[in-house]
Design a protein around this ligand. Structure first.
Ligand SMILES: [Mg+2]
Length: 219
């Protein structure tokens, strides 16, 4: 089985460090904090494009990289010095440990975070060792396009193909559910983010839990 984890709202809560870092990067590049952003389930490519559009500049790859470099500097600082408490959600550490012991389980990331931001968050919360591959918010602006990328990287790393039927996407938003179903995978939705179990179930999640402490997908 292949398990693809979202980060924010699913594994960890950065207590606003991500949003603060975006605002700081935007302010340093454009002079103010920019538009209201809805981060839930979005990709960094889409978020930065929205910021560029707000300020009337073309959102090129070069401008994205420039923005993300600034953002990552702010994120690293905020996570380690910024007074953002943050936490790893209940059940995450145990679930990852159980999956790591399981001979047939492969674990990766499927996140809207750019690769550097994902690495920074995983490092800060001590989860880096669990994730050797992933699909990221710098790979495509459309989250629904990240599933095939994650499957291809999993296959390259593990040395065999993974079918969508043996793949779980674990996330906290309707966009995670859509992203799972876009490749024919199942979604375990967790209500540790902004959405309730009822909202996630209504959106068609294949399994819904209050926290990953309740998850039983490894069996
Ligand atoms: Mg999330």
């Amino acid at each position: 089985m292949l398990y693809l984890f979202d980060i924010d709202g699913t594994l960890v809560d950065t207590a606003g460090a991500g949003m603060a870092s975006l605002k700081e990067a935007t302010a340093s590049l454009f002079g103010d904090e920019g538009p209201e952003l809805n981060l839930a389930g979005s990709t960094d490519l889409a978020i930065v494009a929205q910021i560029h559009t707000h300020f009337g500049v073309e959102s090129t790859r070069e401008r994205f990289e420039e923005y993300i470099d600034l953002y990552l500097t702010r994120l690293d600082w905020n996570l380690s010095h910024g007074g953002f408490q943050g936490l790893v959600y209940d059940g995450v550490t145990d679930l990852l440990a159980k999956l790591a012991e399981h001979p047939d389980a492969s674990i990766g990331l499927l996140t809207g975070n750019a690769k550097g931001g994902a690495a920074s968050k995983m490092r800060h919360f001590g989860l880096s060792d669990h994730f050797s591959f992933g699909a990221f918010g710098c790979d495509h602006a459309d989250r629904n396009q990240l599933g095939p990328i994650a499957l291809a990287r999993a296959s390259a790393l593990v040395g065999r193909e993974f079918s969508p039927q043996e793949t779980w996407v674990i996330g906290d938003t309707p966009k995670d559910i859509d992203c799972a179903h876009a490749i024919g995978a199942r979604c375990l939705a967790v209500a540790t983010g902004y959405f309730t179990t009822a909202q996630l179930a209504a959106h068609g999640a294949d399994q819904v839990v209050e926290s990953l402490a309740e998850a039983s997908i490894w069996s």
